[in-house]
Ligand binder design. Sequence first.
Ligand code: AMP
Ligand code: ZN
Length: 137
Amino acid sequence: MDNCIFCKIAEGEIPSNTIYEDEDFRVILDISPANIGHCLVIPKKHFKDITEIDSEILSKGIKIAQKTAKAQKKALNADGVNILQNNGESAGQTVNHFHIHVIPRFKGDDVVIEFNSKEHSNEEFAEIKEKIAKELQ
Ligand code: AMP
Ligand code: ZN
């Protein structure tokens, strides 16, 4: 896709700190890392987000994220890893080309990943359960 920075990075037209590459994916270091070693798993083909990505490419991508997490744990001695994946502006997506964040974590680090929890009545839970379950049939 024209003018998509991650298309250009994934295809190697724009340089990046690449840590892995195959025919379908490139894994790079995030330019503004949340923590040391923060990686992005980027498909070479352009998909806007998780609702549009080809499911086989998605399966391959999550496996590469798993391998990346294992590599981070070994290489950086990370205690944990966050896998994040934002879809849509309201969800914090700033680059509209699907990608998976793989963020190494260390005990006592200052990374903040949080959300406030909402409260629902039992009736509200039942209603929302029905609505979403219906769409999953
Ligand atoms: P998101 O907010 O989920 O869309 O994440 C986009 C991520 O891409 C952010 O963490 C940015 O720091 C990162 N990013 C943007 N431009 C570049 C770039 N040229 N090279 C590496 N990472 C980038
Ligand atoms: Zn793209």
